[in-house]
Design a protein around this ligand. Sequence first.
Ligand SMILES: [Zn+2]
Length: 847
Amino acid sequence: MKRRILLYTILCCLILVVGFATAEIPKPEKVLGFKIGTDKKVADMHQIVDYFQRLDTASGRVVVREIGKTTLGNPFIVAIVTSEENQQNLETYRQYQQLLADPRKISEKKADEIISKGKAVVMINCSIHATEIGASQMSMQLAHDLAAKNDEDTRRILDNVILLLVPMHNPDGIQMVVDWYKKHLESEWEGSRMPWLYHKYVGHDNNRDWYMFTQIETRLTIQVHNRWHPQVVLDMHQMGNTGARLFVPPYVDPYEPNVDPILTQQVAAMGSFIASELTSQGKGGVMHSTIFDAWTPARAYHHYHGGIRILTEAASVKIATPVTIPFDGLQDEVKTRSVKMPLPWKGGRWTLKDIVDYDYSAARAVLTHAAGLRKNWLRSFYKIHKKAVERSEPPYAFLVAANQKNTPSAVSMLSILQMGGVEVYRADAAFQADGRSYPQGTTIVYTAQPYGGFAKALLEKQVYPEIRETPGGPLKTPYDVVAHTLPLLMGVDVVQIDEPFKVQTTLLKEIKKPAGTLSKIDDASCYAWGHATNDDIIALNRLIAKGHSISWTAEAVDIDGRTIPPGTMIVSQKPGLFQDMEAIIGDLYVQFEALTNPPDASAYKLKPVRLGLYKSWTASMDEGWTRWVLEQHEFPYESVFDKDIREGHLNDRYDVILFPDIRESQIIQGLSEKEVPPEYAGGIGEAGIEEIRTFVQNGGTLITLNSSSEFPIKHLYLTVENCAADLDRMAFFIPGSILRVINDPGHPIAYGYDRISEIFFRRSPVFSASEGTSVVRYPTHEPLLSGWANGDNHLFNKSAIVDVPYGQGKIILIGFPAQYRAQSQGSFRYVFNAIFYGAAVFIDGHQ
Ligand SMILES: [Zn+2]
């Protein structure tokens, strides 16, 4: 009996051991019910998360972590994939990465030791653009194979590489896109575009956020990046379907000059290796050295943190519905064999399976390269940082004065740098630099530090190189915008220092916003505060929401022994006000000052604004960014759809209607019924134009941003001309640059601005107005501050913001993207001011 029990126990143990050793790694098709890449089948966010959790349970090689929640509260997961042995020592390898990233902390000898023992770290970021869904599907197959297979190549990858796999950078979007796709399967709109953004706020622009870090998903990914410092980041996208089947680097010129040349070469090496692997597998149409450049840090955090960014762009299908592209339908560039693409694709059927296969091969190639040349990757990584910390050429530092006109933006700018790993110091004593004296407390950002290149790229002015399509021909269109100078975007005073200098400093752990102030006197009749920061505007919104009575002084006025400028905000005394202001200075840098008497001056009396934000079914990113910016600054608003405008009675619902940067034709016509189901088709149409005209005639305010200004100019017959409308690229071309403008500080839209300030200019109109007031103008010379401007003479003395009276209302044309990608913080207040001004009542103090 006892022997039987013993035998039974041994048998059970054996089953357990064998069972564990061969624990079934779930195949994607078993869990999903279809093979990855099957036509018209696509896994949604829940299925992908579920699959990865199963892998985590089944495999010692895969650890899945939920590192936070997305914008819509969904799980954001990262899978760490490596050998079981490496998983046991993960923290050690992470420490190695930290040390190689900061050579000041280790000797050369120690570095050699780490390089021989460490692992290459690769991050794969899938489907940041949710409609480019192939990579998110592929990620499950890749993780499965790494968990399940034991061939020599897989083992080498697992032993030498730690893979950080982000199966979905935008899980919210994956879910939206799959829901939309499934809803319209087998209908006329199968594979159609979704008429809203696939991210709550920013849609496709979610990969333009890698230096401002505004969105949750960006911040979560940056956290992983900063913990692990990957040597390679593979960023997997899709593009249109008549060009190459897969784009891989090298990129085309220009590279942003702060990217280390080692990385430029490594990008080329890795891209070429992917191309050679796919070509040897017979996968045609892989192309490099085309379209994509490496200029803006908004898409390439990694290039400033010791890692390469490998962008892949596969040709798209209609989500999971195959397409057929005959050879004749392909772009000329991809029809013939060339050094950029030695194996052309023959045309024909192209499916989700093809995308998954190409993506899979690209991901395996990256892992193979990183594993095979592990030591080279680690050594180069170390050298990049060694060069960075030993930098000894100008500029040596950037100084940020403690005393700023816009303190909240200065704090925000320094916090961004810190989030990007930049060390920020405070001077413990007064010092001299470049022949000038700076006080104790000045903030210093040295360029000689591990991520000094990141700081330098964001703090200096960009000089975009002049690259022409042909000698003497037009400028080659940059892939993206060309300026990213934070001090100019945010309105912060920063000084560049070009000579070495010495001062005792303290490293700042955290940049804290100083507390606001609130003065107290017994017989205060009102309180005044400034107009120069976004915090001032948030304070205004909070006080208005609490029902306080607020006005803007409309002229300079002497009060309590000093002069306050026009635009000073005044709130009347009332029970509860003091507590409300006390609450505000808890988190905002606002300086409330008690006044004995109210200012004896003309003023704009403000009221709660019933704000409508136009929302088109064309899924405008700019609309999303505008919503984001309004919400961050606590503006109440309602979205206004085409149908609402067509139905009219707009004055009953709104005081101000704001049109984001949407082209006039899209506003009027929207999308066609061929593109989207009928409920989303059509724009505001002729009926909508009439209703907008009635709204303004009856006293409403229309505000248009950037290209949408064309709509009132054309359809409401303003005598304002867009002088740039007919200029071609040879004559006038400013592809996303920062320009100098001249404000009329006496006009409410420019309240809080100095005479000279900065704006971002991109595909913008240039106004010549024969009616209304030019609130903001371009100077008569040298408008360019950062980036590139061809034909800037077309700007000279022209208007950038025009305020046009119209019936009982007004039309405010803001001829530039004042809220651009939430990056141009310094010019947000033009929009904010226009909103309040739109509903304000002028009180003449001299009657
Ligand atoms: Zn993309």
